[in-house]
Design a binder for this molecule. Structure first.
Ligand code: PXG
Length: 287
């Protein structure tokens, strides 16, 4: 395995960064998770755009143009001879001293690109659906650390993941500071009620898979609603599913002990899974 590290390809065992990098010391940095299918990188421009938006808010000046970043991702896939992969792009603040202040960092921002495989949930759950719970840890307040930022500080989500795990579940719903459903630890959430697809408008990352599903639904004349969502609405939905680059589309059949409808993946969910598969195998940046 070859890792892209600051403009060079190095062996996995040599892919190391400084212990003074603020990415490690403070989680000061940004990341993206991208997938390629059959030699096509799915929504690469959208992922790069989101990475640069996070970096802009964090005031990290990336040493690559977006075009160069796209080439670096594609080159990483090529050198590793991977046609179907999960790509992790990591941007770190760079080396500094033992103090928070990023202005005192003397090193250039670090760029790491890893191309590998990812399996978030057991394969069987994609067929029979997943059972999830709501956890006590609320999603970060947008004015504290906006969930729109895909920063290296994922402790909010990790705490929720730990809570899910200690209760015996592999995924969890996180509420926002007002008690509305925000998203899951690494996925967005959708429900279907009377043929209408709904997803939270606030308190969540604007997922690229989420945007893809919304666009596919509209194209198929399925009504899409973005707004506030309560747990009551989730419990009483006809269908529920989660979306994410790593997770793709996964049905949810039980939430906090409440069966969703008949407890089987629903029709709209299955349709969205099929439509998503259709676009991932034909759309994307060829390499
Ligand atoms: N919400 C959060 C909090 C995420 O981290 C999504 C939604 C889905 O966004 P996309 O753009 O991928 O549709 C994510 C992204 C993991 C893992 O290991 C999960 C993500 C990214 C990287 C790793 O669980 N999810």
């Amino acid at each position: 395995m070859k890792i892209y590290l600051n403009g060079k390809f190095v062996a996995k065992k040599d892919a190391k960064i400084s212990v003074f990098d603020h990415g490690l010391l403070y989680g000061d940095g940004a990341f993206e998770g991208i997938r390629s299918y059959n030699g096509l990188v799915f929504k690469l421009q959208e992922h790069v755009d989101r990475l640069y938006e996070t970096a802009h808010t964090l005031m990290i000046q990336l040493p690559l143009t977006k075009k160069q970043m796209i080439k670096a991702v594609v080159d990483t896939l090529k050198i590793n001879k991977l046609t179907d992969a999960y790509i992790r792009v990591v941007v770190t603040r760079g080396e500094g001293d033992l103090g928070l202040d990023p202005r005192k960092c003397y090193g250039a921002p670090g760029i790491i690109i890893i191309a590998d495989k990812i399996a978030l949930y057991p394969a069987s759950l994609y067929k029979k659906g997943m059972e999830i719970i709501t956890v006590p840890t609320v999603r970060n307040h947008a004015e504290a650390l906006n969930p729109q930022l895909k920063s290296l500080n994922y402790l909010n989500n990790i705490l929720a993941k730990i809570e899910a795990g200690t209760s015996g579940f592999c995924e969890a719903i996180m509420l926002d500071a007002h008690g509305f459903v925000a998203e899951c630890t690494g996925d967005n959430i959708f429900i279907v009620k009377k043929g209408v697809l709904s997803t939270p408008s606030q308190g969540r990352l604007r997922g690229i898979t989420r945007d893809t599903i919304m666009a596919l639904a509209e194209k198929s004349k399925i009504k899409v609603y973005e707004g506030q969502m309560t747990r009551h609405e989730v419990y009483n939905a006809d269908e529920c599913f989660l979306t994410g680059t790593a997770a793709e589309i996964i049905p949810v059949v039980k939430v906090d002990g409440r069966l969703i409808a008949d407890g089987k993946p629903g029709k709209v969910t299955n349709k969205m899974m099929q439509l998503f598969k259709g676009v991932t195998c034909k759309d994307g940046v060829k390499y």
